[in-house]
Design a protein around this ligand. Sequence first.
Ligand code: MN
Length: 201
Amino acid sequence: MKPTKPIDGKFQLVELPYAPDALEPVISANTLSFHYGKHLQTYVNNLNGLLPGSPLEGFPLEEVVCKSEGGAFNNAGQILNHNLYFTQFAAPRSDNQPVGNLATAINAQFGSFDAFKEEFEKKGTTLFGSGWVWLSSDKDGKLHITQETNAGNPITKGLTPLLTFDVWEHAYYLDYQNRRPAHLSALWQIVNWEEVNNRYE
Ligand code: MN
């Protein structure tokens, strides 16, 4: 993973690689305006307020996540999680499929893309409360699907995060209300597998 460094001591709001309405109807521009423009911006502001004068001032975001606790961890974790989340999407495609070595690894380990999706969605649906479902890889290239509560990220367990679905209600409530499973199954249309494969390579 490329480290995310603060600029003049401040972490920045990540740039979206698409227009605000590009993910519709899977994620509306309205949801994006709150989720990216308000929730993520608040985590960035909070962390930038917490770090000055602390031992982690000036450290890359990934190191802050691995070495902090309490409020610094919660805000740093949420920034890293959302940076990975928002930069892994592209305009909807009904025939969207994994690519490259990651596609090969998914088929080898889970049997098929459909079987992988089923397990990933199940882990997202059954996560109680707020959190994230993750696909990550270990140092041998083996894939792992895990649940993390609240601001958790598999990077703290030595894994490389590849793909994540946000199951905090703020990620889907405006578009899907309580229907978390419907939201999760729709997200496959907008995964940018080129980007996710690049994280794996
Ligand atoms: Mn979120």
